[in-house]
Design a protein around this ligand. Structure first.
Ligand code: SAM
Length: 326
């Protein structure tokens, strides 16, 4: 297993570089700072992730400054930061991901001839359960499903000629499962989601606040539990007149491999059953999904692979900013 120093160094070079200068500098600094590494190494192994540690420090009020300033804050306030790390987890909820799901959602509703029942696995605060709350501007064109609020318009650049929709399909049911559901109406939960957004990504912060406010009035039912235990019950409870779409984005990387396989087998058993349309959309890192590798899709670092019923259909930007149809 990688040392914590390696992990933070790699995060700086591979994940933060080009996306957040502040996070690049902080994680580069941590990777060569024995005192801070020792603090992090005293955390349980699954709590040492850069995203979690940095978000916890930010939720405790660290300013966005140079590494020596951040380091002083971290050391002075470590007890408080540590308690946030132990209580919270990485639950980044990015409504922008709806932009890469929408073409498939619209196509499923059209081909099945039914409204949709959405079931989101690893839903966090459920902000991806409301594709109908958002407007969509593909390749700078006209806004589809205009919500009348610029903060809720999702921009997405496409290649490969995806089947772009004219409108958002009708959604008559939304439900989800999460180990620890967040409440879009709870200011503490929304502040935590805000802290998880990297410095320098202010447009995402504005969008998060607007999406949480829109969802707060009618939060979807998100059961607390493990995806593999809850998914069958959620599918069975969906209304009979709907086409069911089970989906997950940026979730399975957090799930042990054996559990991913149980989950995949459970969902697969519902696919193709006559009289009960169920579809499965997976938007995850390329190596994360069980099943045969989609070699034709390649494994470009930093991109997700979107699959429909196990078949790779697109490479997607991790925040829904791009859709490369295969
Ligand atoms: C990075 S967030 C992604 C949230 C949302 N899908 C999105 O794309 O905005 C991953 C979510 O998966 C949840 N999660 C992780 N493992 C899970 C499991 N075994 N069962 C249910 N939820 C899980 C986490 O609690 C977290 O809220």
């Amino acid at each position: 297993m990688d040392s914590t120093a390696d992990r933070y160094g790699r995060f700086a070079r591979v994940e933060a570089r080009g996306s957040s200068t502040v996070y690049e500098q902080w994680t580069e600094g941590i990777s060569t700072d024995p005192e801070v590494l020792e603090l992090i190494d005293r955390l349980p192994e699954h709590k040492r992730q850069p995203n979690l540690v940095l978000a916890a420090a930010r939720s405790c009020g660290t300013g966005v400054g140079p590494y020596p300033q951040f380091r002083s804050f971290l050391k002075e306030r470590w007890d408080e930061i540590r308690s946030v790390i132990l209580r919270r987890s990485t639950q980044t909820n990015e409504p922008g991901r709806c932009a890469v799901l929408l073409p498939l959602l619209a196509r499923i509703a059209r081909t099945e001839g039914h409204p949709l029942a959405l079931i989101e696995v690893g839903a966090s605060a459920g902000l991806c359960l409301y594709p109908d709350h958002y407007g969509y501007r593909y390749d700078g064109g006209a806004v589809i499903n205009d919500p009348g609020l610029a903060d809720l318009v999702l921009d997405c650049v496409t290649t490969g000629n995806p089947p772009l929709p004219q409108a958002c399909p009708e959604i008559i049911h939304r439900a989800g499962v999460d180990l620890s559901p967040l409440d879009p109406a709870d200011p503490g939960d929304v502040d935590w989601l805000d802290a998880l957004i990297w410095p320098g990504m202010e447009d995402r912060r504005v969008r998060l606040r607007a999406a949480a406010e829109a969802a707060a009035g009618s939060p979807a039912r998100i059961v607390q539990g493990d995806l593999k235990a809850e998914i069958a019950g959620l599918i069975d409870a969906a209304p009979a007149e709907a086409a069911v779409v089970v989906f997950h984005t940026a979730v399975l990387a957090y799930v042990p491999k054996a559990d991913r396989e149980v989950f995949g087998d459970t969902v697969s058993a519902y696919l193709g059953v006559p009289g009960r349309p169920v579809h499965w959309l997976s938007n995850e890192g390329p190596g994360v999904m069980p099943g045969p590798e989609a070699t034709e899709a390649g494994t470009e670092p930093g991109l997700f692979l979107l699959r429909h019923n196990g078949r790779a259909v697109a490479r997607t930007g991790p925040h829904g900013q791009s859709l490369d149809w295969l």
